[in-house]
Design a protein around this ligand. Structure first.
Ligand code: GLN
Length: 305
């Protein structure tokens, strides 16, 4: 597999100059378009990687998987569905356009910004710190890495430049979707977007999702099988925003992307996959990442469809 991964990294590099780097905050703008890496963590506990695998990156919207897991654990699907739907949006990740027109003003799914903000409101906690710590802890448990945390500089920039997210959160509060303190919820949202991790960390997290919520390296059932199935289904339908349909057709692996350049994917009962490549397409998804997922899916027949 190592050889195949090396080859995949190499051929995906051909496309990266076409894209753009997320530049809405200074720290992300310094990323190198040419960096490309991949890690695969199998459910039988083996790890393979290739390319630039030692870079720590901002996980950005991949964090929405972890906030969803926490909300499902704390509130359950039925309660969550009262605040956020599970339908693909077909709009950009930070779009506000359907909030006003949808019935009950529910955001369309937990993986667009509006849906993630509503989902964070369903994590039970006494304050913002406790809520953030719950998400961080699930990330640490799913990666076996207690050193992971958020980047202060990224967090401060997210907060400073996050006007659209603030507009979304205040709208949701006005519409009765958010019941908690808006600033507390936004604080958690900005912090979890700023969490940093590496390729192996994210491949491990994806492997837990691929392995029905059971941790491959110690057998503990961290997330219920039912919740894991829900997470994978939402990843398959909404994980790459308005690029989710094409990704399902061409790759067919439940996945989640972030503008930091990471994509995680969970091939059920087989492997967790994490790719990194900060050069993004017009939808905010990693160009090299999509290419690598495509070739891996083809080679190992990973499409769930
Ligand atoms: N922090 C980013 C935002 O809220 C995350 C978006 C993303 O990764 N797509 O806009």
């Amino acid at each position: 597999m190592k050889e195949f991964l090396e080859e995949t990294v190499h051929s995906s590099k051909y496309w990266v100059m076409e894209g753009h780097i997320a530049s809405y905050i200074p720290r992300l703008a310094t990323a190198n378009k040419k960096h490309v890496g991949i890690g695969v963590y199998t459910v039988d506990n083996q790890y393979h990687s290739a390319g630039d695998t030692n870079i720590k990156f901002s996980i950005q919207s991949v964090c929405k998987v972890f906030s969803l897991i926490c909300a499902l654990k704390d509130s359950g699907l039925e309660k969550l569905l009262m605040k956020v739907d599970v339908e693909p949006s077909g709009d950009r990740f930070n779009s506000l356009v359907k909030l006003e027109t949808m019935q009950n003003h529910r955001p369309l799914n937990p993986f667009i910004n509006a849906g993630a903000i509503a989902t964070i409101g369903m994590i039970r906690a006494r304050n913002a710190e406790e809520r953030f710590n719950k998400v961080l802890q699930i990330l640490r448990d799913m990666t076996n890495n207690d050193n992971l945390t958020y980047n202060q500089e990224v967090y401060e920039s997210e907060k400073e430049t996050g006007d659209t997210n603030k507009a979304i959160a205040y709208y949701l509060k006005g519409a009765g979707i958010l019941e908690e303190n808006v600033d507390d919820i936004l604080d958690t949202y900005f912090k979890i977007c700023s969490m940093e991790a590496g390729i192996e960390d994210m491949a491990r997290a994806a492997a837990v999702i691929a392995n029905d919520g059971s941790i491959p390296w110690n057998g503990n059932q961290l997330i219920s099988k039912e919740d894991t199935k829900i997470v994978r289904a939402i990843m398959a339908t909404s994980g790459l925003y308005d690029g989710s349909g094409e990704f399902s057709v061409k790759v067919g692996i439940p996945a989640k992307s972030g503008v930091g350049g990471c994509i995680i994917g969970a091939a059920p009962n087989k492997m967790g996959i994490a790719t990194f490549g900060p050069s993004l397409n017009e939808k905010g998804n990693s160009i090299a990442g999509i290419r690598m997922f495509q070739s891996l899916s083809k080679e190992y027949q990973l499409s769930v469809f």
